[in-house]
Design a protein around this ligand. Structure first.
Ligand code: 5GP
Ligand code: ZN
Length: 137
C-alpha cells in the first residue's frame, strides 16, 4: 500500500468527502477548509508535481478544476475564488501528489499570499524570457 495520503484517498483506503470524479482526477473536500467549500482537485495517478504531468493529465486536471470551480460558485456564491497550486517545499507544498486548491474567497477572510513585486526594467524581463524560451525549444 502506498505511503502517499492522496494515493490512499484515490484508492478509497482512507476516507475523503468526494465532490467529483472522472477518468484522470478526483476532487474532494480539503480537510483543513481554509474557507467553507475549499476543494482539492487531485490526479488519480501519483505525479508529485506540475513537472511530472503529461499533456492528458494536465488538460484533465484543469478541466476538472474549472468545472468544480463553477460548482463552488453556484453552491457558495463566494465573492472570489483562489486557485492555488504548490510545487516543492519552498513553495509551500506539503502533500507531494499533484493537486489544485480551489478556495472560495470573501473580503477579510484572512487568507494571504504576500506578493513582493520587484518591477524590474523591461531589459530584465527580456533576459528572463529568453532563458525560458531557450529551455522550451
Ligand atoms: P499543499 O500544502 O500540499 O498545497 O496542500 C495539501 C492540502 O492537503 C492541505 O490543505 C491539507 O489540509 C490537505 N490534506 C492533508 N491531508 C489530508 C487528508 O488526509 N484528507 C484531506 N481531505 N485533505 C488533506
Ligand atoms: Zn500519491
Amino acid at each position: 500500500m502506498s505511503e502517499c495520503v492522496f494515493c490512499r484517498i484515490v484508492a478509497g483506503s482512507i476516507p475523503a468527502t468526494r465532490v467529483h470524479e472522472d477518468e484522470h482526477t478526483v476532487a474532494f473536500m480539503d480537510i483543513g477548509q481554509v474557507n467553507p467549500g475549499h476543494v482539492l482537485v487531485a490526479l488519480k495517478a501519483h505525479a508529485e508535481n506540475v513537472y511530472a504531468l503529461d499533456d492528458a493529465q494536465a488538460a484533465a486536471v484543469f478541466r476538472a478544476a474549472a468545472r468544480v470551480a463553477r460548482g463552488i460558485r453556484a453552491a457558495f456564491q463566494p465573492q472570489g475564488l483562489s486557485v492555488y497550486q504548490a510545487n516543492g517545499q519552498s513553495a509551500g507544498q506539503t502533500v507531494f501528489h499533484f493537486h489544485i486548491h480551489l478556495v472560495p474567497r470573501h473580503e477579510g477572510d484572512g487568507m494571504a499570499l504576500t506578493w513582493p513585486v520587484k518591477n524590474p526594467a523591461r531589459e530584465k524581463l527580456e533576459e528572463h524570457a529568453a532563458k525560458i524560451r531557450a529551455a522550451l525549444r
